[in-house]
Design a protein around this ligand. Structure first.
Ligand SMILES: C[S@@+](CC[C@H](N)C(=O)[O-])C[C@H]1O[C@@H](n2cnc3c(N)ncnc32)[C@H](O)[C@@H]1O
Length: 368
């Protein structure tokens, strides 16, 4: 038997998430079919996976739980949602609120949700909405919750628990596409890593850090630096992947550097990373050469005056040109400033893409 799993990730890295999912299942010998952006929805993947079994330590045949497997092993995903039903509602964006909600209620009412939880288990509905609708995500949660409640009432008294439910139904309305599933990830998205004890105000999502690592195509014992490492996300994720080569981080502000060390300690990789308190515009003072540089650069207002950015980038890339052996992967909103700094310092753009991060689309570059 086949079942469908909806995966969520950042917009712009669906291809990498697909590759990761295919690789994870291939290693287990399980056949999957992964579709990127089902119904054209960005940041989503639909996995069709065949039922498979394994023999446990007591010799019993058990069903292999693909959703748990992905939750435990993926570095690029945000959520793993087992699909119950999905459909496209033509023109729902034009509907009046009550009409749109009635269509959703009617659709959910005919889904056999009773198969997905025991009556003794409590449930909640979490929803996600994107598009030009006349309704809010709260409207969707309430309507879907009522449809599920009404249906379950035929079998007994359903239990709702909005704070600590046993089962989380996930309802998504993205433009005209409606999706209902069981959110196996829980309330904390997978990109929120348990090691994050220090919360940098501009920290990078761990999923995007891993996408940058993938795109760098780092080999074996290569050395890797994040010259503006903030709370250390990229370096910690790299160390957790088991990278064998030297891993270095530079950060200008002691507060963030201490935070990065605390995070690395919590992740169990502090001994794998060399953290340096320093200035990336004087990079050559700290390292003679490095194979790869991966960094989420300061941008926007977060470092103070935005007008400082072009000079910071120019100074940094002129230093980087002195020490970088292989490739660099950088993330920024400042397209013009970074492309000027690349050009004037002899870097060639090998790859460019846009990635959704914190409501913005940011530019990712791979250069050499
Ligand atoms: C966007 S944040 C990086 C966040 C990081 N990726 C994380 O997940 O925590 C950019 C960092 O660059 C640091 N920075 C700014 N100018 C710097 C410089 N000249 N040298 C080193 N670090 C610098 C900032 O203090 C900030 O922590």
């Amino acid at each position: 038997m086949l079942h469908n799993i909806l995966l969520t990730t950042s917009r712009g890295i669906e291809d990498l998430a697909r590759r990761e999912a295919e690789m994870l299942f291939r290693v287990r010998g399980i056949k999957v079919n992964v579709e990127e952006k089902p119904f054209g929805v960005e940041g989503r993947l639909l996995v069709e996976v065949e039922e498979s079994f394994y023999i446990d330590e007591k010799g019993r045949k058990r069903e292999f739980n693909s959703a748990t497997f992905l939750n435990e092993n993926s570095r690029l995903l945000h959520r793993v949602i087992v699909e119950i039903a999905s459909r496209k509602f033509e023109k729902i964006e034009e509907d009046e609120k009550d009409k749109a909600l009635k269509r959703i209620y009617d659709f959910v009412s005919q889904i056999p949700v009773e198969r997905y939880l025991k009556l003794s288990e409590s449930f909640a509905v979490r929803s996600f909405r994107k598009g030009e609708h006349n309704l809010t995500s709260l409207d969707i949660s309430k309507t879907v919750g009522r449809a599920i409640y009404d249906r379950l009432s035929k079998y007994g008294t359903p239990k709702v628990n909005l704070d600590h439910p046993n089962v989380i139904f996930r309802a998504e309305l993205i433009n005209e596409v409606f999706f209902l599933g069981i959110d196996t990830t829980g309330d904390s998205s997978l990109h929120k890593r348990p090691w994050r004890v220090y919360d940098h105000p501009a920290h990078l999502k761990a999923s995007i850090a891993n996408a940058m690592i993938e795109l760098a195509e780092i080999d074996g014992n290569a050395s890797v630096i994040d010259p503006m490492c903030g709370s250390g996300t990229i370096l910690i994720e790299l160390a957790l992947k088991g990278h064998e080569g030297r891993i270095l981080g530079i950060e200008k502000y002691m507060k963030h550097l201490k935070g990065a060390r605390m995070n690395a300690l919590a992740a169990g990789v502090l001994d794998k990373i060399e953290f340096i308190h320093g200035d990336a515009t004087k990079l050559a003072q700290y390292v003679d050469s490095v194979d790869f540089a991966i960094s989420n650069l300061p941008y926007g207002l977060k470092i103070g005056r935005k007008s400082l950015i072009p000079k910071l980038y120019m100074d940094f890339f002129s230093e980087l040109a002195k020490v970088l052996g292989r490739r660099g992967v950088f993330l920024t909103t400042e397209k013009r400033a970074i492309e000027k700094a690349f050009k004037e310092n002899g870097f060639k753009i090998l790859h460019h893409r846009l990635i959704g991060h914190g409501g913005l689309m940011v530019h990712l570059y791979v250069v050499e």
